[in-house]
Design a protein around this ligand. Structure first.
Ligand SMILES: Cc1ncc(COP(=O)(O)O)c(C=O)c1O
Length: 389
């Protein structure tokens, strides 16, 4: 009898899958479900970017590219860093991957030995810990607090660090909280991690979706910081499966070897489309979408305040708001399931993102238009009233 590898046991499914399955069932039976659980806005890829992909197919650009990416895309990304963030990043340091997910797998393989651990805040993006399991390592989730915006207290960093710690992984803006880490925090993190002999990785997948605070890149602090990014969110290209990692000079050779062996190359058609995505007129479209998201965010924050639902982290970026529901329920997951069942609004429970006090929180994703958001909040209000009764 064939057996699955032990690591499969250690990988937990998303709790939100239970919500999604239920939402699908309800929808199939004709119910009007409002989705505030998905980490993907309702925008579609810019048509000129889509056309660049179609043109690439028509021109028969359907073979592999070089393992670290199409040279033209790497050059364009390098110019993008210079223009948007005034940072010099040579094209050679850019490794194009299949989404930020591919970059996470690449960096786990590149930087983390089996049996090592990597520090990251609790809560954070849940797949991080699963990529580490893939390489025989593990995430060491560090308890954080709403009073510190769910960021790791860097004063305590050396206490969390042990002789098996390989590095620190952060994300800014954060999923699930939407909080943005500032330059000073990242500088301190980098200097402390360097002193401890580890690596710093910053996930910048929500870069460019910042409404308050500074939209920056950790690459402005040091060439020795590892950064991952993606075309998924800002560019509304989730299904094109394209992202990238930026690595220091000394890591290029190792990253190239791994990219060759793990992936051969990232999707070619998507890479041609992505070159177009970085042109000025498309970036203007990205900015308009950011403004639309900001309007939704402000509306949501105002409404949550009216409903007396505390927002526990500054919702400065991405498209998430992290809310404390412990005033009305002892179990956010059950509360979410009840809300979906009775009022057909889907949210993501905090349990998906960590363990510390996770039963208290839910994540709202403002990924649908304002009219739908308004309707969702009306339904939540009714649910809360009914629960109070
Ligand atoms: C923080 C974070 N990192 C990485 C990813 C992976 O994104 P992708 O593989 O679509 O680029 C996501 C997706 O939601 C995310 O939220």
């Amino acid at each position: 009898m064939s057996k699955l590898a032990h690591r499969v046991e250690s990988i937990s499914p998303f709790h939100v899958m239970a919500i999604l399955d239920k939402a699908k069932m309800l929808q199939a039976s004709g119910e009007d479900v409002i989705h505030l659980e998905v980490g993907e806005p309702d925008f579609v890829t810019d048509s000129s970017v889509a056309n660049a992909g179609i043109e690439a197919i028509q021109k028969h650009h359907t073979g592999y590219t070089s393992a670290t990416g199409l040279p033209e895309l790497k050059k364009t990304l390098s110019a993008y860093y210079k223009k948007q963030y005034q940072v010099d990043v040579s094209p050679e340091r850019i490794i194009v991957t299949s989404g930020a997910s591919g970059a996470l797998l690449l960096l786990s393989s590149l930087l983390v030995n089996s049996d090592d651990n990597v520090l990251m805040p609790d809560p954070c993006y849940p797949c991080n810990r699963h990529f580490l399991i893939q390489v025989g390592a593990q995430a060491k989730l560090v308890e954080t607090h709403s009073s510190q915006q769910f960021a790791i207290d860097l004063e305590q960093l050396s206490e969390y660090w042990d002789d098996k710690t390989s590095g620190l992984w952060l994300a800014s803006p954060s999923n699930p909280t939407g909080a943005v880490l500032d330059q000073a925090y990242l500088e301190t993190a980098f200097s402390k991690v360097s002193r401890l002999g580890g690596h710093l990785m910053v996930d910048e997948i929500y870069q460019g979706l910042v409404y308050e605070g500074e939209d920056m890149t950790a690459l402005s602090i040091s060439d020795d910081i590892f950064v991952i990014n993606s075309f998924s969110k800002k560019f509304a290209m989730t299904g094109w499966r394209l992202g990238w990692a930026v690595v220091p000079e000394w890591a290029i050779e190792g990253a190239t070897k791994l990219a060759q062996n793990l992936f051969i190359s990232a999707p070619t058609v998507s890479q041609y489309a992505a070159v177009r995505a970085l042109e000025d007129d498309v970036l203007v479209g990205c900015e308009s979408r950011r403004q639309v998201l900001d309007k939704r965010r402000q509306f949501l924050l105002k409404e949550l305040d009216r409903l007396g639902l505390p927002v526990v982290a500054p919702a400065q970026g991405a498209f998430y708001v992290f809310v404390d529901v412990s005033g009305i329920t002892g179990n956010a997951m059950q509360w979410c399931l009840g809300l979906l069942d009775e009022y057909k609004v889907a949210l993501t429970p905090g349990d998906d993102f960590g363990f510390h006090n996770s039963h208290k929180y839910v994540r709202f994703a403002y990924t649908c238009n304002e009219a739908r958001l308004e309707e969702a909040l009306k339904r939540i209000e009714q649910y809360m009233k009914r629960k109070d009764a």
